[in-house]
Write a protein that binds this ligand. Structure first.
Ligand code: FES
Length: 131
């Protein structure tokens, strides 16, 4: 059912945890009633220099979160913003049809973390108010 790579990322997720000094944080899902992921990014010279995630979800979602961090780490903000569900599925060698949606969490939370970072950066500029 699952590829070896998925099982590897599920049993040994990369970059689990919290970044206390994160430059951007993105969440997706609801911790109270289902799947949930929180992504922390550190940005240095416009590149994702560090990334961590916390998750409550199925094995496929956990593997996809881990894969997302591996794909995003070291990429420029522009490159990381392009990472989508299909990239995560390709990286992991595919998911069973009924589990394909599980890749949404990682990609979506990464996009939210990037947006959070960009909004914070804009707010530090004079004459800009993000509402
Ligand atoms: Fe809902 Fe995997 S994220 S079943």
């Amino acid at each position: 059912m699952y590829t070896e790579k998925i099982l590897d990322h599920f049993t040994n997720p990369r970059n689990l945890g919290v970044l206390e000094d994160a430059d951007g944080i993105g969440v997706l899902g609801d911790p109270g009633c289902g799947d949930y992921i929180k992504v922390y990014i550190k940005v240095t010279d416009d590149h994702i220099s560090d990334i961590r995630f916390q998750i409550a979800g199925c094995p496929a979602a956990i593997a996809c979160g881990s894969a997302m961090t591996e794909l995003a780490k070291g990429k420029s903000i522009d490159e990381a913003a392009e990472i989508c569900d299909a990239d995560i599925l390709e990286y992991l060698g595919g998911l069973p049809e009924e589990k394909a949606h599980c890749s949404n969490l990682g990609a979506g939370a990464l996009q939210n973390a990037i947006i959070n970072y960009l909004v914070k950066a804009l707010q530090q500029q004079e004459h800009v108010t993000v509402i």
